[in-house]
Design a protein around this ligand. Structure first.
Ligand code: THU
Length: 138
């Protein structure tokens, strides 16, 4: 499958969640779709709370949905916010994505169904937290 075909597959799936985003406080909908090693695609959206610190990002929700069904590698993850071109995952979501990714997991940040940027996980969160000693910190 080409990168563009994969992008369109994830784009289509993520956009199924645009109307499901619950964001009455920020009015900033975000959707996500991820693909796992076995080929499963899981989508989600941001879900906010009147106690603002409880707001959950679209990426976090998609990861929780997917991993609670099956713990496996995330190979690709798309994030899209209609109000921000190429919306990047926030810092907390980068760490959550990293937990279930490898260096080659591809993150798609989108402007439209024809315009997107990709970044590999190793470049999105270098120096991620790990319980094991990393050679770069010794
Ligand atoms: N948001 C996400 O869903 N993903 C991100 O990576 C950044 C921010 C959501 C959280 C909140 O509901 C809204 O965007 C505004 O911060």
């Amino acid at each position: 499958m080409t990168e563009k075909t994969l992008f369109l597959e994830l784009w289509h799936h993520a956009n199924l969640y645009i109307d499901k985003a619950y964001c009455p406080y920020s009015n900033f909908p975000v959707v996500c779709a991820l693909k796992t090693e076995s080929g499963k695609i899981v989508g989600s959206c941001n879900i906010e709370n009147s106690s603002y610190s409880l707001c959950l990002c679209a990426e976090t929700n998609a990861i929780m949905k997917a991993i609670s069904e099956k713990k496996e590698l995330i190979t690709d993850l798309l994030v899209y916010a209609p109000k921000l071109d190429y919306c990047p995952p926030c810092g907390a979501c980068r760490q959550r994505i990293a937990e279930f990714s490898d260096d080659n997991t591809v993150i798609y940040m989108c402007k439209s169904n024809q315009d997107y940027k990709t970044v590999k996980m190793k470049d999105l969160l270098p120096g991620q937290f790990s319980l094991q000693q990393d050679s770069t910190t010794t």
